[in-house]
Design a protein around this ligand. Structure first.
Ligand code: ATP
Length: 240
């Protein structure tokens, strides 16, 4: 399978701290790659570096064969890459509707797509005209994901989408991500919820101390409790 995104020898410093020490992995086109690792391993920094929000000072990031390492964030977004940060990038003073209007950059909503989002994240329909700042944490998370998928994207970078979500909404998110990855998009998802990771991941890259320590298929990783113990501290079956 060809790689839609590939990182080679990526090093990122934040101020005087060396955070990424030569990150290397591929995200195959189509399907979902899970980026796992202990707290502080460098997962968020990796997503931010791909998006140009931190600058890689060494190495190379290629998207669809093009070197994007030195591009500015808006130019990276224009190539069809969307990023949902852990801190939920939504506008609290604007309504749910206005948040989605701003995210739909190419014009009016595709009603079929909006209905598909409403079917999975019903609260967004219910609170359509409410300022987003009034939503619960989980509902804000739904809105942040909805903003990223309101238009078709080639690659979605999503940081901990299930954080603070009730199990029923996690099930809807699994369904939405499964449909996206089987259809138009490739996904790279940081996740701590191992049930979600195992359910959805086709591939996995596991970070440890600013590097990728393991990458491969999710099925093999999910079956290897010794490797999980070594890289994550706990087996995936122990986290539910
Ligand atoms: N703005 C910053 N200034 C200094 N150090 C930072 C900054 N942001 C992150 N770091 C450090 O970089 C390292 C990697 O952080 P990062 O957020 O990428 O890890 P993570 O794997 O996403 O962790 P978590 O699972 O806890 O979110 C950590 O040691 C963190 O303290």
């Amino acid at each position: 399978m060809t790689a839609l995104l590939s990182l080679r020898g990526v090093k990122t410093n934040i101020g005087r701290y060396h955070i990424l020490h030569g990150v290397e992995f591929d995200v195959p086109e189509g399907g979902l790659t899970m980026l796992l690792g202990r707290n502080g391993a460098g997962k968020t920094t990796t997503l931010r570096t791909i998006m140009g929000l931190w600058r890689a000072h060494a190495g190379e990031i290629r998207f669809d064969g093009k070197d994007i390492t030195a591009l500015a964030t808006p130019d990276i977004a224009r190539l069809g890459i969307a990023y949902v940060p852990e801190s939920m990038a939504i506008f609290g003073d604007l309504t749910v509707q206005e948040n989605l209007i701003l995210a739909a950059r190419s014009g009016p909503f595709d009603q079929k797509r909006l209905d598909w989002i409403f079917a999975r994240f019903e609260a967004l329909k219910r609170f359509w005209t409410l300022p987003a700042g009034h939503l619960s944490g989980g509902q804000k998370q739904m809105l942040a994901v909805a903003r990223a998928i309101i238009e078709p994207r080639r690659l979605l970078l999503i940081d901990e989408p299930t954080k603070g979500l009730a199990p029923a909404i996690i099930a809807n998110m699994i369904e939405a991500f499964r449909e996206l990855k089987d259809g138009e998009a490739t996904l790279l998802v940081v996740e701590q919820n191992f049930f979600f990771a195992r359910e959805l991941g086709d591939n996995v890259a596991v970070m440890d101390d600013g590097k990728v320590a393991h990458c491969g298929g999710m099925a093999a990783f999910a079956a290897d409790t010794a490797l999980q113990q070594h890289l994550l501290g706990l087996g995936m079956g122990e986290h539910q």
